[in-house]
Design a protein around this ligand. Structure first.
Ligand SMILES: Cc1ncc(COP(=O)(O)O)c(C=O)c1O
Length: 456
């Protein structure tokens, strides 16, 4: 039977199993491999998932970094249900409803500096496109329409729309689409240096890599550069923590040349780094900031872009009254059900003192994850806050070790996201020390099983 033929699960398997796996073309998935040996999740509660074999696994990456408050939160379910019963949808253009204003106010109470103007999107990729467009619209409004270049960085992930793909720096995401990408984008070097091996926290070396931006300003004309976008800590490529002084230097160069600094906080936002935003953790305030994922605890798509007040003022105040000031928006921008989830999440952050809880757990997690350093197939570990990247030694070709190891861990009861040969661990904010112990113990077992099987 080839992998495209219909694969049927027999009634002897657990419930919730579809008859055919052929029709759904899965995203970022080795489809043929998956369909031969599927991994289906049937239930999620608190920190645990159940798969279609009935096996319980601990969720060690908070889904895709988006469920840090745990699965099946009653407060969120109740808020969503109530909202759907009252107002299920309203057009977000030229009209609105109270909730989105309330959520924007709550978000602005946590954003750094005066990033108090919140534009909603439908997820992280949309938030990035929005941030890029706002940066262009801002310069145009200021009479600097020639600023068209955007500076990104190697090994960055900014989502999968054309703007995000263009400024992102993951080679496999770009190769096929080269003909589609935005003109004028240049990439700084990534910040992962060979001497950053087994460094927990910010590396001491590498701040000088920010000078790439200064070189672009000189080589392309700083007056042509609209924005520089970075993840304060690169998440999807395996926790690349900014070297000490690096983000500060980017800020200085942007200020010097009138370039807008965009922090993509889709992963790092809402506590992952220890402070509410990475911006506060690393002491650098961007001009524009994106967020998504944890904003709704992952249960309904929602993203947001926080902008400095002067950016909003330049675009909005410069336009004649009574006309639309920014030609941009989405049918599902801050729909009531997403907002209800977002407000419930804000309630939980407050009630459970989540940000302080994360801060307290960070040292325990970092020590625990670095204990895996002694395993022979572990090539490197990096970590900051409640996030870490554990690199496997490459086996024959990039990605094989990471994927095989991930499958052994899944079978061994710990679930997470792997990118290439990096296992990305991002525990939930509601984790207790015993959960960290369980994650690390199961990782050790999974990695050792992988190592043993590899040698045989
Ligand atoms: C930093 C960053 N930006 C953007 C995105 C894209 O978000 P989404 O998948 O919600 O479109 C991601 C997703 O992982 C991300 O990590």
């Amino acid at each position: 039977m080839n992998s495209f033929s219909i694969i049927k699960f027999m009634a002897s398997e657990k419930t919730n199993i579809p008859n055919s796996l052929n029709e759904h073309w899965m995203p970022f998935t080795a489809n043929r491999d998956f369909k031969e040996n599927p991994r289906l999740i049937t239930e999620a509660k608190g920190l645990y998932l159940k798969n279609h074999h009935g096996k319980t696994m601990i969720d060690a990456s908070s889904g895709l970094f988006c469920n840090p408050l745990g699965h099946g939160r009653k407060e969120i379910i109740n808020a969503i249900t109530k909202q759907l019963e009252t107002l299920d949808y309203t057009q977000p253009f030229q009209q609105g409803f109270g909730g989105s204003f309330e959520l924007a106010t709550k978000i602005s109470q946590h954003t750094p500096g005066n990033l108090n103007r919140i534009f909603f999107s439908t997820g992280g990729s949309d938030a990035v496109e929005t941030a890029i467009k706002i940066s262009i619209a801002y310069h145009k409004a200021k009479g600097q329409g020639q600023r068209f270049r955007i500076v990104g960085r190697e090994r960055a992930y900014h989502g999968m729309h054309v703007g995000g793909t263009s400024v992102g720096g993951m080679v496999n995401n770009v190769k096929t689409y080269a003909s589609l990408l935005m003109p004028g984008v240049v990439h700084m070097r990534h910040t992962h240096l060979p001497d950053h091996k087994f460094v927990s926290g910010q590396p001491e070396t590498g701040a000088e890599l920010a000078e790439d931006l200064e070189r672009f300003a000189a080589n392309f004309g700083s007056e042509n550069i609209a924005a520089c976008i970075v993840e304060p800590t690169a998440g999807s490529t395996g926790t690349l923590v900014p070297p000490k002084g690096y983000l500060q230097r980017l800020r200085e160069i942007c200020d010097k040349h009138g370039i807008l600094l965009i922090f993509d906080e889709v992963i790092t936002g809402w506590g992952r780094m220890g402070s509410v935003f990475a911006s506060q953790e690393f002491g650098v305030t961007p001009d524009i900031m994106t967020m998504a994922k944890a904003t709704t605890n992952g249960v309904v798509p929602l993203g947001a872009v926080a902008c400095k007040e002067e950016i909003y003022d330049a675009i909005v105040e410069n336009a004649p009254k009574g006309v639309i000031e920014l030609f941009h928006g989405y049918t599902y921008s801050a729909i009531p059900v997403a907002v209800a989830a977002g407000l419930a999440v804000q309630g939980i952050f407050e009630k459970e003192d989540i940000f302080n809880r994360v801060k307290e757990l960070v040292p325990y997690f970092q020590k625990a994850i670095f204990s895996l350093k002694d395993i022979d197939v572990v090539e490197n570990i990096r970590g900051y806050g409640l996030m870490a990247g554990v690199d496997m030694k490459m086996d024959q070709k990039p990605g094989k070790a990471g994927f095989t190891c991930y499958k052994h861990c899944y079978d061994g009861g710990v679930n997470f996201k792997a990118t290439g040969d990096c296992l990305i661990i991002a525990p939930m904010f509601i984790s207790e020390k015993k959960h960290i112990d369980e994650i690390v113990d199961k990782l050790r077992t999974g990695i050792l099983t992988y190592s043993k099987n590899k040698k045989n």
